[in-house]
Design a protein around this ligand. Structure first.
Ligand code: ADP
Ligand code: ADP
Length: 235
């Protein structure tokens, strides 16, 4: 890892604005947002309800267009979703008709990997989160925490540059949530991944992030008001 440049910019948010127009009403959800996220950073975006967090992460994922400005991944402007960005939502993220292994294989096969190889890789990912013995279970047979573990490795298995997480642990009870936070940090330390994690919970952000971006409630403007020092070793 020594060859990795310290401040390599993976995700650039360049003058991004978003206005929702419905009939005569216009809602400014985001206004002139600018920030860079660097390789292997774990960034949390916090802010009160309605400040535009979901809109921002949907734009980053390519699920929503910008009204102005653009998103760059590794210096290249992106349009729409792409394999360079993985996404984990709050709930219902797994395909209910596929078993756990097939769910994880899905992302790998999208990259053109053969079925046999995809199955082998999927099993390795499931081992990382201690769920290899649930490979042939279906999502509804797993607890909420277990399903989110599968959702995380399914997203990571496609080898994205950035993992985007939208309130991914908010639907879980406090104890499960803490376990999931620890799982996620453990994975993040082990692999070359950049994480952007949206949460309304400041405690969660402080626990997870090495940098926190605060999205101000009134139109737009991200301000980097808190730098959480990286006191925990990455590996
Ligand atoms: P947060 O995730 O921080 O709660 P959102 O991104 O959901 O904030 O919303 C930001 C603003 O944009 C809010 O005023 C919300 O009402 C508005 N908004 C979000 N999505 C839509 C939409 N699809 N149509 C119209 N307005 C929207
Ligand atoms: P949640 O995070 O939703 O609470 P847990 O991971 O704590 O889910 O697991 C819920 C239950 O599922 C546990 O009580 C345990 O019996 C079972 N379980 C979870 N992970 C495993 C595992 N790797 N192997 C066997 N059983 C497991």
């Amino acid at each position: 890892m020594a060859h990795i440049k310290q401040r390599e910019c993976v995700l650039k948010i360049d003058h991004v604005g978003k206005v929702f127009t419905q009939k005569r009403n216009q809602t400014v959800a985001l206004e002139d947002i600018n920030f860079d996220i660097h390789r292997r950073e774990f960034v949390c975006v916090v802010g009160p309800s309605g400040c535009g967090k979901s809109t921002l992460i949907r734009i980053l994922a390519g699920l929503e267009d910008t009204t102005s400005g653009r998103i760059l991944v590794d210096g290249k402007p992106v349009n729409g979703p792409g394999p360079d960005r993985g996404m984990v939502f709050q709930k219902y993220t797994l395909f209910p008709w596929m078993d756990v292994c097939r769910n994880v294989m899905f992302g790998i096969e999208m990259g053109g990997t053969s079925k046999v190889e995809a199955r082998r890789e999927a099993m390795q990912w499931l081992q990382i989160v201690g769920l290899e013995q649930f490979a042939s279970s279906f999502p509804h047979q797993l607890s909420g925490g277990m399903q989110q573990r599968v959702a995380i490795v399914r997203a990571l298995a496609a080898r994205p540059r950035v993992l985007l997480m939208d309130e991914s642990f908010s639907a879980l009870d406090a104890q499960t949530r803490l376990k999931m936070q620890n799982y996620l940090m453990e994975i993040w330390r082990k692999i070359d991944i950049t994480i952007v994690f949206i949460t309304h919970d400041l405690d969660e952000a402080i626990y997870l992030a090495d940098r926190i971006l605060v999205l101000k409630p009134r139109p737009g403007r991200v301000e980097e008001v808190i730098e959480v020092p990286l006191s925990r070793p990455r590996r």
